[in-house]
Design a protein around this ligand. Structure first.
Ligand SMILES: *[C@@H]1O[C@H](CO)[C@@H](O)[C@H](O)[C@H]1NC(C)=O
Ligand SMILES: *[C@@H]1O[C@H](CO)[C@@H](O)[C@H](O)[C@H]1NC(C)=O
Ligand SMILES: *[C@@H]1O[C@H](CO)[C@@H](O)[C@H](O)[C@H]1NC(C)=O
Ligand SMILES: *[C@@H]1O[C@H](CO)[C@@H](O)[C@H](O)[C@H]1NC(C)=O
Ligand SMILES: *[C@@H]1O[C@H](CO)[C@@H](O)[C@H](O)[C@H]1NC(C)=O
Length: 262
């Protein structure tokens, strides 16, 4: 009998301890919480991020723009919230994250060197991001959509597109990229939409010739050389405003930048 009382007593203590622990700690995955708190800090703790805070809090339950599956942060949708500051490098610890959308804000600084490793959709369009695409992009096997359009990204793109077998759509338009396309474009075997318009890319487009593209826009760059025959089978093709020419012709159909290019 005494044994039974002892047992009940121990169970009561255990239940009480669990209750205390669950009210003191948040439900959200601790790695996700730390990453989001740091992001809140680097975005200058704006009031429009309602519910967000630096001391504890529970992103899955009370932070705007955050959606979870069980206790993992899966969607982070911060589109068009007038956000400033820069993106915390700690977003690399958002292991559960699938969708990251910070488009249409005024966020500056660089793209963090390591992105959330399991992300499928990344949209950072319409911001003031500068520098280049991080080399660690090449490890992102799950990535399906990447949109970096309308930023201040510049310089030659490194050979960063290897191992992105699932990439379907990539938009790098309206930046200040220069140089030739890297050979790793050739390895984007699932790419159906590519938007490179309004940059300062140079050289040949031959690395795009064998891709399963349905939409290709390379307008308003400094591409030169031959238009690959395979481009004939791309249903939606925009190539004006370059110095490209058809095989067997020496002169480009339109020399230099077309009227609509600025
Ligand atoms: C963003 O700022 C503009 C201009 O200050 C304002 O009109 C708009 O309501 C703001 N949007 C949000 C989501 O705060
Ligand atoms: C996400 O990425 C991490 C680190 O790369 C890995 O260990 C983990 O298994 C991945 N999780 C999921 C759900 O894919
Ligand atoms: C990239 O994002 C911007 C802003 O949301 C959008 O206007 C544009 O259509 C997107 N690009 C693609 C290819 O979906
Ligand atoms: C490409 O997409 C198909 C489905 O459209 C998918 O089955 C395949 O795993 C993807 N990856 C590669 C490397 O082809
Ligand atoms: C693009 O780069 C050129 C030279 O590299 C520079 O003169 C120009 O200001 C840049 N444009 C933007 C929008 O950053």
């Amino acid at each position: 009998m005494e044994k039974l009382y002892q047992c009940v007593y121990l169970i009561a203590i255990f239940v009480a301890a669990v209750l205390v622990a669950s009210t003191a700690e948040s439900f959200t995955d601790p790695n996700d919480l730390i990453a989001l708190q740091d992001l809140y800090k680097t975005l200058n703790q704006p009031p429009q991020l309602t519910g967000w805070r630096l001391d504890g809090g529970d992103p899955c339950l009370e932070w705007i723009g955050v959606s979870c599956i069980y206790n993992g942060v899966v969607y982070l949708n911060l589109r068009g919230l007038n956000l400033t500051g820069y993106i915390s490098p700690k977003i690399r610890y958002l292991y559960n994250l699938q969708l990251f959308d910070i488009s249409s804000n005024t966020i500056g600084g660089e793209i963090p060197h390591v992105l959330p490793p399991n992300a499928t959709d990344i949209n950072m369009a319409y911001n003031y991001l500068s520098h280049n695409i991080p080399p660690s992009l090449h490890g992102m096997k799950s990535l399906r959509h990447l949109n970096l359009s309308h930023n201040l990204l510049s310089g030659p793109i490194g050979n960063v597109f290897t191992g992105l077998q699932n990439l379907r759509e990539m938009d790098l338009s309206y930046n200040n990229f220069t140089g030739d396309l890297p050979s790793s474009f050739e390895s984007l075997t699932n790419l159906t939409g590519l938007y490179l318009q309004n940059n300062r890319f140079t050289g040949s487009v031959s690395y795009l010739a064998e891709l399963p593209l349905i939409d290709l826009n390379i307008e308003c760059n400094y591409f030169s050389g031959i238009i690959p025959r395979h481009f004939q089978s791309i249903p939606n093709l925009w190539i004006g405003g370059n110095s490209l020419h058809l095989p067997g012709h020496n002169h480009p159909p339109h020399s230099g930048k077309a009227g609509k290019c600025h």
